[in-house]
Design a protein around this ligand. Structure first.
Ligand code: ATR
Length: 277
């Protein structure tokens, strides 16, 4: 029941109508019998939207593409890790007791989501991880893996972009044409290759998959990407795109409420939504 006491949460981005985050967070609120609601909000004018969130009394907000970098300059405080990554995906909005001003602090939970999804299956500090891609997702994921002590090797279609990120991370860059010589146990696809409607695409030669023990894809539409299907057929342990989504969402929920939500319940909510089309 939404009433005068309902606490407001949501997601800003453009577009956001396909976002699965409302399903996951609203299920967690319901399961905990909390009077909160999480709504999708398409945003083009980011500065005005941030003022609006403050004025309307929102408590917590997710930030997605294309606003994760631009929002930083509009915040009152930024968590040091988010500052280093240069991207914020979570806002916590609190009233300052001294003057009643609503203060917005930004965090990044993407890197943690990827870490936790992988740490379920592998010991990161002993792993060599090949990351495909050099976009925003790759940056957060690779940062988290380096922090966890993994050895990261980066590859990307656009060499200059890949080399720039590899330099920033202090890791090795290998062009896509050189993947056959890479020695790594874990493969993480952060590119959009394999996403619907191009679900028969695969980001690397499937003949290389037997070299890895564990393969993670951040694409979740479809959930069983061709990469994951081929990897499973080679005997690899596979981690699908919902794992990172759920763990990063659970970390957001905890930042907002102080409560660790039920990860399995959030995942089931997402699976049901995907299954219902
Ligand atoms: P995000 O911020 O979500 O990571 P992005 O910045 O658009 O998204 O990055 C998408 C990644 O997918 C990039 O690494 C991109 O490679 P380029 O840097 O060469 O553009 C990669 N990518 C997208 N389509 C690709 C394709 N058809 N083949 C190989 N890589 C592709």
């Amino acid at each position: 029941m939404i009433d005068g006491q309902t606490l407001l949460y949501g997601i800003i981005g453009n577009p956001v109508h396909h976002s699965l985050s409302p399903v996951m967070h609203n299920r967690a609120f319901a399961a905990l019998d909390m009077n909160g609601v999480y709504v999708p909000m398409p945003v083009t004018d980011l500065a005005v939207a941030v003022q609006g969130l403050r004025a309307l009394g929102f408590r917590g907000v997710s930030v997605t593409v294309p606003h994760k970098e631009a929002i930083i300059s509009l915040l009152d405080e930024v968590d040091p890790v988010a500052q280093r990554i240069g991207a914020v995906n979570t806002l916590l909005i609190r009233e300052r007791p001294s003057d009643g001003k609503r203060v917005i602090r930004g965090f990044n939970t993407d890197w943690l989501g990827a870490n936790l999804a992988l740490a379920d299956k592998v010991r990161l500090e002993e792993s060599r991880v090949l990351i495909l891609g050099a976009g925003g997702a790759a940056k957060a994921i690779a940062f988290g893996l380096v922090e966890a002590g993994a050895t990261v090797i980066l590859s990307n279609r656009t060499v200059s972009r890949g080399m720039e990120l590899a330099d920033w991370l202090g890791c090795t860059f290998v062009p896509l044409t050189g993947l056959a010589s890479v020695e790594a146990e874990v493969l993480v696809n952060t590119t959009t290759v394999g996403m619907e409607p191009h679900s028969e695409d695969i980001p690397l030669d499937p003949g290389l998959l037997h070299r890895f023990t564990t393969v993670m894809d951040i694409v979740y539409a479809p959930l069983q990407t061709r990469l994951l299907r081929e990897a499973a057929a080679c005997g690899c342990t596979v981690i699908d795109g919902l794992a990172m989504l759920v763990y990063q969402g659970a970390a957001q929920f905890r930042i907002w409420t102080g409560i660790r939500p039920d990860i399995q319940l959030m995942r089931r909510a997402l699976e049901e939504r995907l299954a219902s089309g």
